[in-house]
Design a protein around this ligand. Structure first.
Ligand code: SF4
Length: 367
């Protein structure tokens, strides 16, 4: 990426090499620039000649130890990010779920963010800003650093793939955030072109262990099209081709997510169909109990039906995990991110059709 010199310097969107190049054009020595870059990412100190807006944290909602924080941008729009504690044998670390867009154009019927429609793509620096704010600005226990980053917040990463890839390049930079690629996961509804671009990144040295996750959520095209309109453009056979072409290096995780929705995709035969579809694809199946969005047509599944689905998938020979539900009460769980004040831009009807209505944005805070 070349760095334009007539733009404000937004260092959170720059790798070390790009930052140093820009600093040198401003008359700084390479050594001084490197120290500034390290101080920015490691200590949260902003160089005087750079622009890192102090996006106010307009809400922090906590359920148990899972918290959602909201950053308000200069244009009044907000990003939502979630901090999820992950107990490990060596102590508790934190996974940060970041947004790549404000809103989302994909229209998945089970998802709160879909109610907003797509409002805007985030720049790389605004994506990285979520990590930077979580690390240096949001109050939390200092002994729980952000260890993992998942692109599973608002937005479809492949719909903004160039900025997402630039953000990943910044996050892994050894002189900056230093998040290993193996600790980053990009989740997609399955845009084959986007998967191919992520594959190109994974082929580069230093990115082999970047993780890909596919949001599948259905056993066949008929059901997937009902709950995920994008399936009309990218049916499951096309998805499978893209997945089989994706480079697979040892130890890189490939995860298929399956939001279990009562009465929609949770029958025994659905489980068998999903396992058959995944047989050629070496992956883990991650079963996620549906977290009801606002005005949801479906309830959360019963524990017994989640257990039954998982047990049946395992009996089918499919490596399967069940994701615990965290943050559901504060609308921070999977599929629940979305700003209620601006979501009325698009109403997703129960038949999956969408009816755009005028965008109304308010900077009013009512939390
Ligand atoms: S599930 Fe993901 S891709 Fe689908 S509407 Fe929600 S944010 Fe967009």
């Amino acid at each position: 990426m070349s760095v334009a010199t007539d733009q404000p310097v937004r260092p959170l969107g720059l790798t070390r090499a790009q930052f140093v190049e820009r600093a040198r054009s401003c008359g700084r020595s390479a050594g001084a620039a490197l120290e500034e870059y390290r101080a920015l990412f490691r200590a949260g100190v902003v160089p005087a000649w750079c622009e890192v807006p102090e996006y106010p944290v307009t809400a922090t909602l906590v359920e148990g130890e899972t918290s959602k924080f909201v950053l308000r941008h200069d244009d009044g729009l907000e990003t939502e990010s979630v901090l999820i504690p992950m107990p490990r044998s060596t102590g508790t670390t934190t996974t940060l779920c970041v947004s790549s867009q404000v809103g989302c154009a994909m229209g998945c019927r089970f998802c709160e963010t879909a109610q907003m429609g797509l409002i805007k793509n985030l720049r790389a620096d605004q994506i990285v800003h979520q990590w930077w704010a979580a690390t240096h600005r949001v109050q939390r226990s200092a002994d729980r650093p952000v260890k993992n980053i998942v692109f599973m917040g608002m937005g479809e990463p492949t719909d903004n793939i160039d900025e997402v890839i630039q953000a990943v390049r910044v996050l892994v930079d050894h002189d900056g955030a230093t998040v290993p690629a193996s600790n980053i996961s990009i989740s997609t509804v399955g845009n084959p072109d986007g998967i191919a671009k992520i594959g190109d990144l994974v082929r580069e040295r230093g990115f082999h262990r970047l993780n890909l996750a596919l949001s599948l959520n259905a056993p066949n095209d008929e059901i997937r099209t009902q709950i995920m309109p994008v399936n009309k453009a990218w049916p499951m056979a096309r998805l499978k081709e893209a997945l089989l072409a994706f480079p697979r290096f040892s130890q890189a995780a490939f995860c298929v997510e399956y939001v279990l929705i009562p009465g929609v995709n949770d029958a025994d035969e659905h489980c068998d169909e999903v396992c058959a579809f995944l047989r050629e694809v070496r992956c883990s199946l991650n079963v996620i109990p549906y977290n009801p969005r606002r005005n949801s047509p479906w309830p959360a599944p019963e524990e017994s039906s989640v257990d039954r689905f998982v047990a049946r998938a395992v009996a089918n020979g499919q490596f399967t995990k069940r994701r615990g539900t965290k943050g559901r009460d504060v609308m921070a769980a999977c599929g629940q991110l979305g700003n209620e004040r601006i979501r009325n831009r698009r109403v997703v009807a129960d038949d999956g059709s969408t009816a755009p209505v005028p965008l109304r944005i308010t900077a009013r805070r009512d939390t």
